[in-house]
Write a protein that binds this ligand. Structure first.
Ligand SMILES: C[S@@+](CC[C@H](N)C(=O)[O-])C[C@H]1O[C@@H](n2cnc3c(N)ncnc32)[C@H](O)[C@@H]1O
Length: 224
């Protein structure tokens, strides 16, 4: 889901687009709500997703994010919101980040944003459990929520050396609990099934993103 509020360090970077135009790439853009937050004055943001627009995405580029058909060194800012966790199960060392960093101009930034798995409040625990449930249903295409610590531990030294900032914060982006319950009930789960338990828990205590984490990697610039 998109992130509200965006990390201040990211909004500061976007605000700089007003004085020097920036090219941004939103990987795994989905319905385009995060791209819309990135499109500030002077920021030319392109969305990339493996799903075409007819399937509900707002992608300008339809492609696998691990092989983005974008010129190396042509982008100022790459953002990946809730995408890394879907790629980590197949590539535990996060080597796909090398390809994303290669798209950046010298001194460009890569921002990873992810929902944080958390047990409190109950509505956020429901969100964490729902994502884990969906990841078990489709392990090739989805992953469970991961913590910032887990992500950073996975980074090989060459990537860890490029991390310049990271942090966590609240995420107030609203979730559609009724739609999640309807999706779970579409499979007509029997009492005792995980989907049945989750639908009951979401009905009783709601659904919310809880918190987010972010991590910024920066390519060296000639002035570094
Ligand atoms: C959880 S949604 C996140 C959407 C958006 N970034 C946001 O934060 O609201 C994950 C998106 O990543 C896309 N996706 C997953 N794996 C992908 C891949 N290998 N290449 C491109 N897009 C991918 C999915 O189609 C989906 O739209």
């Amino acid at each position: 889901m998109p992130f509200d509020p965006l990390p201040k360090t990211l909004t500061d970077l976007l605000d700089a687009g007003a004085s020097r135009p920036l090219v941004a790439l939103d990987l795994g853009c989905g319905d385009g709500r995060l791209s819309a937050l990135l499109r500030k004055p002077g920021v030319h943001c392109f969305g990339l997703d493996r799903l075409p627009r007819v399937a509900g995405s707002r992608a300008d580029i339809v492609a696998d994010a691990r092989r983005a058909p974008v010129c190396a060194g042509s982008v100022d800012l790459v953002v990946a919101g809730n995408l890394v966790r879907h790629l980590l199960p197949a590539q535990r060392d996060a080597a796909f980040l090398d390809d994303w960093l290669a798209l950046l101009r010298p001194g460009g930034s890569l921002f990873i944003l992810e929902d944080e798995p958390t047990a409190r409040p109950a509505a956020a625990a429901n969100y964490r459990d729902l994502q884990a449930f969906l990841a078990r249903l489709w392990p090739v295409g989805r992953g469970p929520l991961v913590t910032l610590d887990t992500f950073r531990r996975r980074l090989p030294a060459r990537l860890a050396a490029l991390v310049v900032e990271s942090g966590t914060g609240a995420n107030h982006w609203p979730q559609d609990a009724a739609a999640a319950v309807a999706m779970l009930e579409r499979g007509r789960p029997a009492p005792g099934d995980e989907a049945h338990r989750l639908a009951a828990a979401i009905t009783a205590r709601g659904l919310s993103c809880g918190r987010q984490w972010w991590c910024r990697l920066r390519t060296p610039s000639p002035t570094d």
